[in-house]
Write a new protein. Structure first.
Length: 102
């Protein structure tokens, strides 16, 4: 396990973690979960073809968790309405904070 497939998965994992950690908003976080799903599939393939079943098993579970994250952040109609409302409130709060600062 040290081929190009693993490097692609490793870099994708780091980018996905960065998207989520950067707290750039719910949509960016949702896309971070999408990327996590994609790289989990790569890790599963890599683990199965490299006789690394623990990596494959771990990423199968992580894939399920990340699919749930995609649902929560991008697909759930209930959460989508909340997200839109929260984004409006966030923009308003940012304008108010900037006005107070100067």
């Amino acid at each position: 396990m040290n081929g190009s497939l693993e490097w692609i998965a490793a870099v994708g994992t780091m980018i996905a973690a960065g998207l989520i950690a950067a707290d750039l908003g719910r949509k960016a976080t949702g896309w971070g979960f999408v990327l996590f799903c994609a790289v989990a599939v790569i890790w599963i393939v890599s683990g199965l073809t490299s006789d690394a079943q623990p990596i494959a098993a771990m990423n199968a579970i992580l894939l399920l968790i990340n699919v749930w994250g995609v649902w929560q952040y991008l697909l759930s109609p209930k959460n989508r309405k909340k997200i839109e409302k929260l984004e409006e409130l966030e923009e308003e709060a940012e304008r108010e904070a900037e006005a107070e600062i100067g």
